[in-house]
Design a protein around this ligand. Structure first.
Ligand code: GAR
Length: 227
């Protein structure tokens, strides 16, 4: 029987925290081998912090507006995060662009979730932009983080159809429901050692990932070039 080591996790948020909640729920019911050691928000008083408190997880505020610049904010953020000695730091709706110093410090242990099929629609208002571009499908991506916006190598994506009559709210809700499956999957693979983040490389089952994995119908497969 293989023993899966629990991942020490710090989650950075800026708001609602529904992705955080999905992870907390799975950690609590034992389906995800993680220990959420801290939740840190750059916005005070947000719902995500209350979710952390309810789960008995330290919920910390570090308001970026109290710092002279992004570098000062990040150096305090790094000190705060590192107190918890995380194996993995995840951005779950954390709405700050990070500098090279920060992303280098956490290289190989920093993930983000973005609500689009990257490289499409980096940045904000992804659902509106997918609709305006008359896409037939949309989705979400988990990627490693570098200092460029939503640009690190993509690990896994989930796709949803865009339906006739969708507006950005119905589409966002359809994507979000899938986001809640996507982050736990990526974290589970890291815990199991199937997924390894090696500088700019992503290894899955020992092989370099050349295309993002796809999460579909509760199963995982490697896209078009899969055997
Ligand atoms: C999620 O849709 C996430 O993909 C997005 O913010 C939302 C946070 O929701 N992240 C980004 O847009 C990052 N570029 P949540 O707070 O309910 O988890």
């Amino acid at each position: 029987m293989s023993i899966v080591q629990k991942i020490r996790l710090v989650v950075l948020i800026s708001g609602r925290g529904s992705n955080l909640q999905a992870i907390l729920d799975q950690a609590a019911n034992g389906t995800l081998p993680v220990e959420v050691n801290a939740v840190i928000s750059n916005r005070p008083g947000v719902l995500g912090l209350k979710r952390a408190q309810q789960a008995g997880v330290p919920a910390l505020e570090l308001d970026h507006r109290g710092f002279a610049d992004q570098t000062c904010f990040e150096s305090s953020l790094i000190k705060l995060i590192d107190r918890y000695k995380p194996d993995l730091v995840i951005l779950a709706g954390f709405m700050r662009i990070l500098t090279v110093a920060f992303t280098k410090h956490y290289q190989g242990r920093l993930l983000n979730i973005h609500p689009s099929l990257l490289p499409k629609f980096r940045g904000l208002h992804t659902h509106e932009r997918a609709l305006a571009a008359r896409e037939v499908e949309h989705g979400a991506s988990i990627h490693t983080v570098n200092a460029e916006l939503d640009s690190g190598p993509v690990i896994i994506q989930v796709r949803v159809p865009i339906l006739l009559g969708d507006d950005h709210l119905t589409l966002a809700a359809r994507v979000l429901e899938q986001e809640h499956r996507l982050y736990p999957k990526a974290i589970q693979w890291l815990a199991e050692g199937r997924l390894k983040l090696d500088k700019e490389l992503v290894l899955f089952d020992g092989y370099q990932l050349e295309k993002p994995l796809q999460l579909e119908n509760n199963s995982v497969y490697i896209r078009s070039d899969a055997p």
